[in-house]
Design a binder for this molecule. Structure first.
Ligand code: FAD
Ligand code: PHB
Length: 391
């Protein structure tokens, strides 16, 4: 049966941004419906980012949700290597709670359990043809199809948490948005493997290109290998992946292990602004993308929805739309800080590696920059604050 409903907030997309926003709104008793095009099993199995930074941890603590949603050990070290020689960087804190190796998959699964199974939250999976009508003088409407039936929801606010290829940003007139982007000129082969956790996450510059090994749970790691943009997974048979990991980490003892998943991800940075138009508010990858080098993609999404949730609570529960009106202006300065850090990390780790990338001069200055993290307490402190998301 086709249905027509009314609700204050519709959230499009049940990823890290959409599920967190829905859980924060539910905590503040603001009714919302989440629409997601995939099924729940698919969402539960999706493996992506690996770290919730200190700012994100403190956000969940402030909303009283940290115990239910977060898991994994404290993230306080990174092993920065150059041609196989490693130095462990200690992320300095300020005695508050610190970042956690809480994978995005773990956070999303905990959100699904808390929001749907514990609280009965309204998340509608497997929807298609989501369309937004948000015109002057009319109440916004979201239409979607499920099991062949078209449904309509009238609402006051629409949260676009449907990432880069979703319908939310596409529903904002192109003339309203300015897009600023940067292409780094290379890609990463992202390889999920069955391998025991390493003592510290590894970020390594080598003359043969960048490689990282990052924890994704007790028995899984994500390796990232710099590769040309033109490469596809067919260029990377498993034997080549392991040979290249051993070469770039300068360690012949690393054994081959089971490869669970492999994809090529171009490194790029994008910001679409303003992050709102009329009653549509963009959050997470719908508004911005970062290269994963600084581990900030999911954390930017968490920062956006922290601000957006409070603004929606003010608008719906207190009839005060002023914080909502200022949403984009409030979050964009931090978006740009996270962009700057991600680009800084990306340039340092790649320029400092293969000299054919940007030349021997850039290689040596990038390695000098990396040295500063270990020789200058000021540089170390700033780097720690960016890693923690509080700079
Ligand atoms: P998503 O988590 O992508 O959620 C968006 C949701 O919207 C999805 O569930 C999607 O199905 C749904 N959707 C889309 N279109 C529609 C529609 N029309 N209707 C309804 N639903 C829709 N970051 C890191 O920091 N480290 C990493 O190692 C890392 N690895 C990554 C690997 C990959 C392959 C990708 C894609 C991203 C990675 N990221 C990583 C970035 C990080 O995962 C994202 O920044 C984060 O997922 C953003 O959360 P989000 O909720 O905005 O988007
Ligand atoms: C990650 O787990 O994706 C990660 C961890 C630490 C970093 C960068 C990425 O510095």
């Amino acid at each position: 049966m086709p249905t027509t409903e009314e609700i204050p907030v519709v959230i499009i997309g049940a990823g890290a941004a959409g599920l967190t926003l829905a859980t924060l709104l539910d905590t503040a008793k603001v009714p919302c419906i989440v629409l997601e095009r995939q099924d729940r099993t698919y969402i539960e199995g999706r493996q992506r980012a690996g770290v919730v930074d200190a700012r994100g941890v403190r956000m969940f603590e402030r909303w009283g949700l940290a115990d239910q949603l977060l898991a994994g050990p404290v993230a306080q070290t990174i092993d920065y290597r150059v041609n196989g020689v490693g130095r462990v960087f200690e992320i300095a804190g300020d005695n508050g709670s610190e970042g956690r190796f809480c994978t995005q998959q773990m956070l999303v699964n905990n959100l699904l359990r808390e929001l749907i199974d514990m609280r009965g939250g309204d998340v509608r999976f497997d929807v298609t043809d989501v369309t937004i009508t948000d015109e002057d003088g009319q109440r916004p409407q979201v239409r979607y199809t499920r099991e062949g039936q078209v449904h309509t929801i009238a609402c006051d606010h629409i949260a676009g948490c449907d990432a880069d290829r979703g319908v939310s940003r596409a529903s904002i007139p192109a003339s309203v948005l300015t897009t600023i982007s940067h292409e780094f000129g290379y890609a990463w082969l992202a390889v999920l493997v069955e391998a025991p956790v390493v003592a510290h996450p590894i970020m390594a510059a080598s003359d043969h290109g960048f490689v990282a090994q990052l924890p994704r749970g007790p028995q899984r790691s994500r390796y990232y290998l710099q590769c040309p943009l033109s490469d596809g997974t067919q260029d990377w048979p498993h034997a080549r992946i392991w040979d290249e990991i051993r070469l770039r980490l300068n360690d012949d003892t690393i054994p081959d292990a089971v490869v669970l998943d492999c994809e090529v991800v171009p490194l790029r940075s994008v910001v679409h602004a303003p992050m709102q138009h009329r009653n549509i508010y963009l959050a997470g990858d719908a508004a911005h993308l970062v290269p994963p080098t600084g581990a900030k993609g999911m954390n930017m999404a968490l920062y956006d929805v922290d601000v957006l949730a409070q603004a929606l609570v003010d608008a719906v529960n207190s009839d005060d739309g002023s914080t909502l009106a200022g949403y984009s202006a409030t979050v964009l300065p931090r978006v740009w800080k996270y962009q700057e850090f991600s680009a800084w990390m990306t340039d340092m780790m790649h320029d400092g590696g293969d000299p054919t990338q940007n030349g021997a001069f850039r290689q040596m200055t990038a390695r000098a920059r990396l040295d500063e993290l270990f020789s200058s307490p000021v540089a170390a402190r700033l780097h720690s604050d960016f890693q923690r998301g509080v700079a």
